[in-house]
Design a protein around this ligand. Sequence first.
Ligand code: ADP
Ligand code: MG
Length: 729
Amino acid sequence: MSLRFNAIQNLSSGPEVIVGSSPAITGIFGENVFTSKTARKYLSDEAYKSLMASIKAGQKIDRSMANQISNGIRAWAESKGVTHFTHWFQPLTGSTAEKHDSFFTLKSDGTPIEQFEGDALIQQEPDASSFPSGGLRATFEARGYTAWDPSSPAFIMDIGEGKTLCIPTIFVSFTGESLDYKAPLLKALEALNKSAVEVCNYFDRNVTRVTATLGWEQEYFVIDEGLFNARPDLVLSGRTVYGHGPAKGQQLEDHYFGSIPERVYAFMRDYETESYKLGIPLRTRHNEVAPAQFECAPIFEEVSVGVDHNSLLMDIMDRVARRHKLRVLLHEKPFAGINGSGKHNNWSMATDTGVNLLAPGKTPKTNLMFLTFFVNTIKAVHDYADVLRASIASAQNDHRLGANEAPPAIISVFIGEYLTKVLKEIKERVKDKMDETDESMLKIDIHKSIPELLLDNTDRNRTSPFAFTGNKFEFRAVGSSANCANAMTVLNTIMADTLKQFIKDVNALIEKGEKKEIAIMHVIREYIVASEKILFEGNNYSEEWEKEAEKRGLPNVKTTPLALDAMVTEKAKKLFESNKVVTHSELEARHEIELEKYIKKVQIESRIMGELATSHILPAAIRYQNLLANNIKGLKEAGISESGYSNQKQILEKISEHITKASEGVEKMIEARKICNNINATRTKAIAYQSQVKDAFFDEIRYHVDKLELLVDDREWYLPKYREMLFLR
Ligand code: ADP
Ligand code: MG
């Protein structure tokens, strides 16, 4: 029996995983995290203070202190039955990486002891030759190392076998170049802090720190493990390269907010419990638009913590799903013709005085502060739309962006009717020549109109890639499998940079003798005028918008290899270097890595398409073709007239045609791949893979294979069909 039928049979006979009732969240929340409360308990006063100073102000921890801290962390971990530790980091491959080491060691006299020294906490040298470095390590130094990042707390992973203490780290080369997602992110957040505090101080002298906040919404598909294993394309590439749409698709939209299937519900409760233990504040779960698609979202957190938690969650979901004989699909487009998955990044900034800088204020003064950050965000997105677009570019996301379900590749900003009016008013009323009316401008009472604002939000534009949603912006073009760090690094860097310029512009006016508030209002006006072409309130999926955007001169780059160009323009290099986020060479390396990732993805998909066609599709089709041919032959021999087998003949002709076309396509695609593989320059190769392999053959071959799926006897078909993966539970 084929894997497919085996899996279908096992579906109904498989044992159910009993999850039991979920424990109270407050009782388990953060129990596997070395929180400051835990640190208080396990560390000496001195060590505790040193750790806190390092977390809050980035102060260095000296060696003797590190020894004390590592001992405290080990004591805590051992009290929970942990025997191993690992440096946990987020390499540019997109997943998380670990290298496990034991606390166990031998003293010089051979006595076995458990030990975890400060050195082991602070620095490790993973065997990382297989992590992408875009040539950086090759050029500079052969190895990289992981370095403890005290700003993100240690935690215990206890899924599967054994419990492991995880030390969050950054991954850098010996010459100091970042080789991961985390290090540049931390630098971007620091750059934002610096300029945002300075801007806040125009309004409030008490602000000393600004942190960016992130609340992600993770979409994903869940399917049965047996069916997953019977689809080599899902196993190897995360997406189905073939498969005819089911008779029942998402037309009915009955899945959205419908009840969650029992098996998936058990899985959700299970991974939520694991997440709570790790301090991930998950709050919502629901069905998504597509069948078998779901979403979860946490309460927002500081960006760096939010990024860690999202990476951790993706990992936890995968591990827990296996426990339930399910598989989580994080790919942006696992099924053609069915909505893909995204990861909305809700983003704002908060002060250490407790103010959300993107929440409209209650007084004219706080209003002006809100307007300042609001308009600067719009300006940042306007000036760096291309860099923002590059930050979300991937082979997987290409399937989604612009497919009339997700935001298009054109970056624009939605702000709602009310704020559109406010900006228009400012533009018209603040005149070049400053006079008394300027003062009245400062008194726009945004807060009074909050109800209207909320109305705007409930009816908000779901098609916009970057939308203001009441007290935060929502970057919706991020892909479901992406590490949010990339988008967050860019967003916070462009914001830092724009605010820096804002300070310069305002101070120049103040130096000319202008009053502070008036100066601010004038720069705001100038920025509104300079960036208004990025604002769009209409339907982002429409063709008219594509035309309109072109007229406005907004970039619309649809494929990853070209979208990535924006990473390495002079403008981008200057942006990242002047804000001390990444250097030119780091940027070049990252660009190279992203291109290589793209090439590999398309290459793998292309290979699996060829292999499946040859080993799964064509044999089944040919067997059925034979059956029909023999049938016709038999009927003919029995003296049946042509009209008696004309239907069979028609089917046979169709099948034969699709077999020929599909196998011809595969042959030609293999030839095209050979040509691409001979190209040396990475960018040219990526473009060739996109145009000469993917665009030239994927849809064409798939068309014929999917037709065969409809024609060939169901019993002969090896690959689980869409209806089985999406609707069987
Ligand atoms: P929805 O978008 O489904 O209507 P919400 O508006 O409540 O739901 O929030 C969506 C996400 O935005 C949640 O993850 C939430 O934590 C996050 N969020 C809310 N406020 C902020 C903020 N100030 N900064 C960052 N994220 C936020
Ligand atoms: Mg949302």
